[in-house]
Design a protein around this ligand. Sequence first.
Ligand code: ADP
Length: 448
Amino acid sequence: MFKKILIANRGEIALRVINACRELGIKTVAVYSEADKDSLHVKFADECICIGPPQSYKSYLHIPSIIAAAEITGADAIHPGYGFLAENAQFAEVCKSCGITFIGPEPDHIRLMGDKAVARQTVMKKNVPVVPGSEGGLSDIGELKSLAAKIGYPVILKASAGGGGKGMRVVWSEDELQSQFETAKNEAMAAFGNPEIYLEKYIVNPRHIEIQIVADKFGHVIYLGERECSIQRNHQKIIEEAPSSVLTDDLRKAMGQAAKKVASAIGYSNVGTVEFLLDKDNNFYFMEMNTRIQVEHTVTEGITDIDLVKLQIELAAGEKLKLKQKDIRITGHAIECRVNAEDPKTFMPSPGKIEAFHTPGGPGIRIDTAAYAGYTVPPYYDSMIAKVIAHGRNREEAIARMKRALEMFLIEGIKTNIPLHLKILEDEFFIKGEINTHFMEEFFRRNE
Ligand code: ADP
């Protein structure tokens, strides 16, 4: 087992990794930017090293500084968290060549799944259903036109190198195709440095359902059920839950098997998530695979009682997966609300000093946060400052617990989206579980 792990991240996920390391008896190294010197991950890690100025590309994305920090402190592994370098194949490769274990899959897995067009092709070959679309990237507008006509409108243009909900364009008819294609290419180039675009059928009102998989280096793969992540704004998840209220045991099994097939096909190891779209007739289609721990891993931990971060570390150290598929039991229901430092109406980020901070507790409530009273939320990074996770015997109880927890979560000095969460939790369609990826648009229309 590793003796010392460097955490190449900040905020709640850095603390989450520290928790796992402490339980496993592993020492930790925190790296931080100048903007994060008063952060809790710095306080709770065994050692800490400043790696540069506030801007991410000069600190948390700056590979030489992170590797240097690992070498100076003698860390034998690096946990990348999510975001930043978590899905950077080159970083994983550099770690490897420096003799430091990257806690995640192999660089090749990251690279393959990071190119969405290539990922689609790989998965298609294994007979896992993908959204109908192009075989790979498209450059010719004529080819694009005839393919779109064949598939039928609406279609969606996506960046091969895309991520984080960026670089996607829905096209409703042929007259918009050319202009949207140009815009998508420019956006993709600006955001990812790669203009390649591919095309998919646009599924109307789908659910976003993802399967958590876990794999060791010896070819054993299991799945830990699904997460329903349909509550999104601008393709960014806001509330996630598990299990999904629409999955029958048979459908769960079919999607779980498909996800396993994807992982096995490429010899994947460590934790990963296979994302699917589920249409109204319960057809599911592979969308992409995320090769990291996800923000919403907590709801899976809630219903399976498995510590995914500890598992990640053990698997990266080369341990065999002790769990078998038949050992996986799903208990109750879990919901996660992402609390962001933002205006609940305009969604403008609201960084600044937190004057008062009281976290709720009580049965079934878990809070993952790195914020505290007196802490200043810096303007440079993601606005998520806490995750509230409620677990109950059933969905109703989980919702009731989430509601009272959010009502008693006091954050003063900055604005948060807690009022928005509370409104969603009271929405009749949310309560009935009648949700899809357009839920938020319809919710705003209902509440105008
Ligand atoms: P990213 O990696 O940028 O998050 P995804 O491919 O995971 O992009 O897509 C994000 C979201 O966009 C999905 O959860 C879904 O809401 C929507 N989406 C993506 N592809 C399609 C599609 N073919 N049809 C309908 N909605 C889609």
